[in-house]
Design a protein around this ligand. Structure first.
Ligand code: COA
Length: 386
């Protein structure tokens, strides 16, 4: 196996982007990533594109071909990868494995979703849950995560304010991110008093419905200096699955696919949670951010709420979590999220993150989750500082 490095990254602005189509978004992200890698389009050997449900949101399938055509990159192989909200993380993993195996040299991993063209996004998002046993019974994602929140509060005494604190942190960081959907701070009171969605979760606990795309270029680590002065090394790329339905889990307060993928990732990188300077975690709902910082081993199970309250995951805390604003404030165009998480860690490690820069970081981890954890994808990235 060859070591792999990231040499180009990009993201479009995330938000309600009425003026841009699905194809505009992904082509814009792809071109910017190719430019960032100091490459030309013809240098790319293959593309993997994370997209959850172009079919339900914009009536478009056969995404690989569409994007190859509109980026002018035919006839290179273009493959769509789908694993609900983890589609981007898995697309990146496919790109990394293609380079690691020696099959290709320069591969693009992209992710895209255009969610705001439908009147109601909820039925399309619910397709990521168990259709027969959950979605069809009216149990959509806010209510699934609401059950996890209630159980966490019951088992560990986690307070409603602590859960809200994760959303407050996202907006605090997102306010410094010019590409974020929401660039304004919110307070715990604002979260607690916002419109109820599924008790105990309110609208300000939820990631929004978003349009956006992101792209990453990977190549063999020993060739990376040809394209960039600051390659970002892939130290681990792992994936795990768990039951798609929540009722078949032993516990509602942990996501077993995260635990499994995280253990593999730390082993692969020969690093521990304590070695991580920052993390981009999957806070599709505030409770999921809280569960993530426990499942990734940053804090003991049940102590995540206290860590949030004590400011331990702020940019200058023990570990900087979601310096980009996370899914909550940066936005969550489903297929793009796993890609933009790794792009954010790359900008941070290159020290190109502007006002939201985390100081002295040399390593970071991403956690991208599909559904309520039916799929988890984890990447650990690092930089060599001379
Ligand atoms: N956070 C902050 N503000 C939000 C928001 C969010 N998640 N969602 C909507 N808003 C704001 C909008 O910007 C709008 O503000 P404006 O009036 O100043 O323009 C206002 O709230 C109303 O927006 P609207 O689009 O009518 O909200 P909605 O009720 O249709 O949607 C949710 C709200 C929570 C239902 C929707 O954001 C949602 O479904 N989020 C979860 C997405 C999801 O499940 N992702 C996958 C996870 S696995």
């Amino acid at each position: 196996m060859r070591d792999v490095a990231i040499v180009g990254v990009s993201q479009t602005k995330f938000g309600e982007l009425w003026e841009k189509s699905f194809r505009d978004l992904v082509v814009e992200a792809g071109i910017d990533a190719i430019r960032d890698a100091n490459m030309n389009g013809e240098d790319i050997d293959a593309m993997y594109i994370g997209n959850m449900t172009g079919g339900l949101f914009v009536g478009q399938e056969h995404i690989g071909s569409l994007i190859a055509e509109h980026s002018g990159l035919t006839p290179i192989p273009a493959t769509r990868v789908e694993a609900a909200c983890a589609s981007g993380g898995l697309a990146l993993r496919q790109a990394i494995m293609a380079v690691a195996s020696g099959y290709y040299d320069r591969v693009m991993a992209a992710g895209v979703e255009k969610m705001t063209d439908v009147v109601d996004a909820t039925p399309a998002i619910a397709a990521a849950a168990d259709r027969e046993w959950e979605a069809q019974q009216g149990v959509t994602f806010p209510s699934l995560y609401a059950m996890m929140a209630k159980r966490h509060m019951y088992e560990y005494g986690t307070t409603r304010e602590q859960i809200a604190g994760f959303a407050v942190l996202g907006h605090k960081n997102g306010a410094l991110n010019p590409k974020a959907q929401f660039q304004r701070e919110i307070s715990v009171d604002a979260v607690l008093n916002s419109t109820k969605v599924a008790s105990p979760l309110n609208i300000l606990d939820c990631s929004p419905v978003s349009d956006g795309a992101a792209a990453i270029i990977v190549c063999p680590a020993d060739k990376a200096h040809k394209y960039t002065d600051t390659p970002i090394y892939i130290r681990a790329s792992t994936q795990a699955s768990a039951t798609i339905s929540l009722h078949n889990r032993k516990s509602l307060t942990t996501i077993p696919s995260t635990i499994f993928a995280a253990k593999k990732a730390y082993d692969m990188a020969n690093l521990t949670p304590k070695d991580m300077d920052m993390a981009e975690v999957h806070d599709c709902f505030s409770i999921n951010g809280l569960i993530a910082i426990e499942d990734l081993g940053f804090f003991e199970k049940g102590k995540g709420g206290q860590a949030i309250e004590d400011g331990l995951i702020e940019r200058d805390g023990d570990i900087a979590v979601n310096p980009s604003g996370g899914l909550k404030a940066r936005g969550h165009p489903l297929g793009a999220t796993g890609i933009v998480q790794a792009a954010e860690i790359t900008w941070q490690l290159r020290q190109e993150a502007g006002k939201r820069q985390v100081s002295d970081a040399t390593s970071g981890i991403t956690l991208n989750i599909g559904g309520t954890g039916g799929t988890a994808a984890i990447h650990i990235l690092s930089v060599d500082r001379k």
